[in-house]
Each structure stands twice: as C-alpha cells, then as structure tokens.
Design a protein around this ligand. Structure first.
Ligand SMILES: Cc1cc2nc3c(=O)[nH]c(=O)nc-3n(C[C@H](O)[C@H](O)[C@H](O)COP(=O)(O)OP(=O)(O)OC[C@H]3O[C@@H](n4cnc5c(N)ncnc54)[C@H](O)[C@@H]3O)c2cc1C
Length: 301
C-alpha cells in the first residue's frame, strides 16, 4: 500500500502506525516509501478494536489536512475505514484492485457483479478514503528513511467502551488456503460437520489445505477462514478438489482460476461439472476414503 501511495503522491506519503509496542515498525515504513511516519504507541491500541484507531486517525487527518487515506483490506481495516468515514463525513471506496492518478484526480478500480466487470470509482470531496484488496500491489523497498513523529492519542470515552475479552488463535496444521497448491473443499453434500474428516484426510494425504462453501460455513460446520467464493477467499491452487459442492456462481468466482478442478458429486447435472476438468459422479462417502487410501499408497510406494 505504501509503495503504491508513494508512487501516486510522488513521495509525499505518511504512514500511520497504531498499536502497542509498534515503534520499531517506523523504520520499515520508511524503507517502503513513507517520508513521514506517525507512531501512536499506546497499550489502549493493543486489542484489534476499531474505535480507538478511528480517534487517532481522525485527529491526524484533521491536524495535517490529509487528502487521502488508504487501507489494505482486512476485517479490522474495514471497521476502521467505515468508522473514519462516518466521523469525517468522508467518501469511502472499498474492495479496490487498482488506483491511479488521472489529470490530478484519484481514480479507483472496483470489481463488481461477482468480479465479472470493473467499475471506475472516484471521490467528490476530501478526505478520500479507500480500502484496497490485500496483495494487489507489489511491495517496493526503496530503502528511504522517514521522519518519525510520536503521537499522543486522545481517546473519546465511547471509543474505550468496548474491550477485548478474549483472543484465541485457531490451531492450524498445514498450509492456509491462500498459499496451498492443493485445496480439497467440502460442501453440504458431506451431510454433516463430522464428515469433514473425510476432506481433511484427503487434504492431508495430498499435502493441501481444506476449503469450504458458504453453505457449510453458515451452518457452522467449518470456519469462515476457509470459505471460498464471492464472500470468502479467491484461490488459484494447482489442484482444487470439490467434494459435495453444487458449484453455485458465488462459489465458482472464488476458485475458477485453479489449474485443475476435480469434482465429486452424486448429481450428474450439478453445475460444478460444467467447469471441472475431471468429474466423478458418485457418493463422496464411498469415494473419498478410497481416494485418500490410494494417494497414501502412491506416496509411500
Ligand atoms: C450474495 C451471496 C454470496 C455468496 N457467497 C458465497 C461464497 O463466497 N462461497 C460459496 O461457496 N457460496 C456463496 N454463496 C452461496 C451459494 O449461492 C450456494 O448456496 C453455496 O455455494 C452452496 O453450497 P454447497 O455447494 O455446499 O451446497 P449445495 O448447493 O446444497 O450443494 C450440495 C451438493 O452436494 C451434492 N451431494 C449431496 N450428497 C452427496 C453425496 N453423498 N456425495 C456426493 N455429492 C453429494 C449435491 O448433489 C449438491 O450438488 C453466496 C450466495 C449469495 C446470495
């Protein structure tokens, strides 16, 4: 985000680093293009809660007349950007996949209609707020040094009303679905959460990660972090094995760029077969254990 911002603003870019024990990041921000870095290092900024961050950013924007605030996409960034938009009465464009300057105006590119078309978006007033899809821009380490300014945060009472009660990290083995070369994904055809072990076993045998459809995530069978599709993650592994997945358009847009798609479904008319390289018509409860066994045998042989 910083590298792109530096290119667009001809170097006149500041970074804001908000958190607890984050001072050391200022030098890194400098080496990726920030000319100035504002550091708000405060224990009350430790929990990933949006409102205290909105306080700090709103004050910075007002004090320094910042024209544009860019965020890399994350759940927290979306919360902060929305809060900042409300606080400053500023326009927010989100889910951007490009940003460019046209006759001195900032223009964003935003995919729409399940990523099938692109819309050009702009802002009518300053400050302009934008959230850009993570991974959109290449980082470019220019090695510069930034002028670091310590900021003393002033928090609104209501901003400190929410506290983090507990933070837990999910235990995960194997690669995440963003990095995996192989994804074995499960859908409602599994019949119940307990049958995800069939998918997990095959994924393990193939050295891959487990994905899921929204139907099973909504039903609480599997965590949201594994959801593939329009409202989940977009993935492009070398191999995508879809098990008991009908292949709805909203799922398709998240996995259609996979190199090889294999579908296992008992319904020969399931839409997933229309865009699979290999289709197996049958009951996954019979096929998956056998397939896993074969993969294991092949790997050990
Ligand atoms: C705005 C919006 C956003 C959405 N975003 C997403 C998204 O990000 N990701 C996503 O996945 N969905 C998304 N959806 C939902 C999507 O439309 C589908 O409802 C969902 O993908 C269906 O999930 P599924 O394939 O698991 O279930 P189903 O459509 O119920 O399909 C289950 C399949 O399993 C097969 N089956 C059943 N039993 C067996 C068996 N024993 N052996 C083999 N096959 C079997 C059936 O033949 C069927 O094809 C979105 C929907 C909307 C409206």
């Amino acid at each position: 985000m910083l590298s792109k911002a530096a290119a667009l603003a001809d170097g006149a870019v500041a970074a804001a680093i908000l958190g607890s024990g984050v001072r050391d990041l200022a030098a890194r921000a400098g080496s990726f293009g920030a000319r100035r870095v504002f550091v708000a290092d405060d224990p009350r900024l430790e929990a990933p809660l949006p409102q205290p961050r909105v306080d700090v950013l709103a004050a910075l924007v007002r004090e320094h007349g910042v024209g544009t605030v860019l965020f890399g996409q994350s759940v927290l960034a979306a919360d902060i950007a929305a809060g900042l938009s409300a606080r400053l009465d500023a326009g927010l464009n989100w889910d951007l996949t490009d940003l460019r300057s046209e006759d001195g105006r900032l223009v964003g590119r935003r995919p729409a209609l399940a990523d099938s078309v692109y819309a050009e978006v702009g802002w009518r007033s300053e400050p302009r707020l934008a959230i850009v899809r993570s991974g959109t821009f290449e980082p470019s380490e220019t090695g510069g040094e930034a002028e670091v300014t310590e900021v003393t945060p002033q928090f609104e009472d209501f901003s400190l009303a929410a506290t983090m009660v507990e933070q837990a990290h999910e235990e995960s083995g194997g690669p995440s679905i963003e990095d995996a070369d192989v994804i074995v994904a499960g859908g409602r055809g599994l019949g119940g959460p307990e049958n995800f072990t069939l998918v997990e076993e095959l994924a393990k045998a193939l050295g891959g990660a487990v994905g899921a459809t929204r139907a099973v995530v909504d039903a609480g069978w599997y965590p949201y972090a594994t959801q593939v599709g329009q409202t989940g993650k977009t993935v492009a592994p070398k191999l995508y094995v879809a098990c008991g997945i009908s292949g709805a358009i909203q799922h398709k847009v998240g996995m259609q760029s996979s190199s090889v798609i294999v579908a296992i479904n008992k319904d020969p008319n399931a839409p997933i077969f229309e865009y699979s390289d290999l289709g197996v018509v049958g009951d996954l409860h019979e096929i998956l254990p056998k397939l896993t066994e074969l993969v294991r045998a092949r790997k050990s042989g």
